[in-house]
Write a protein that binds this ligand. Sequence first.
Ligand code: PGA
Length: 228
Amino acid sequence: MLIVANWKLHFNLQEVREWLSEFAENISEVDDSVEIVICPSFPLIPELKRIVSEQVLPVKLGAQDISIFEEGQYTGEVSGKQLRDWVNYVIVGHSERRSYFNETDQDVLKKILLTQKYQLRPIACISSLDQAEVLEGELLDKENLVIVYEPLFAIGTGQSDSPSSAAEQAQRIRSTFGKDVRVLYGGSVDLANVTDFLRESIDGVLVGTASLDPAEFAGIVKKVSAKG
Ligand code: PGA
């Protein structure tokens, strides 16, 4: 099971330190089958990485985006070559990037390919199956591809999709891309509903709002771990 925290545009250095210390207090044994990935804003990654390794926390890191460019005159961009030293995963094509920064399906495809080129694992977000069409027929490393089904109405609203609908979408993604792809559900996942989503066809969850509270996120990890 994969549990991804998407912190979006939250926290500064001090808040990251506080979050991690409370998370560490609340987390107990994590089952081997559970992988925890935290995705902070770029400038927070080094401090998070330092504390995680110093305290030997069972946490991997991810970035929230990657440039479609590899190198050159692209002010403000962060490339795969730069990220590779810091993270294992990269969130790609989140609906907020699609709607506020005009990312297209083609951009998302480029980002997935670049993420894999630099031996990072893409966590590709789609809010409907047609956003995945661009990936069909592409040479992707399926074993290292994570696809997240996140319906727009459920993101940041407190109104999650029903577990049966999420499981159905996950099945459809799997029947298109094969059994090696890991499929997650995202959209208003919290401590109260997380276990409902851990059906056979769903390999984990992407957690936004509920990941901002370290005790709640640790609770989610515990619940998933108990299932593992
Ligand atoms: P949410 O965010 O858990 O606050 O709905 C999920 C996401 O946007 O990744």
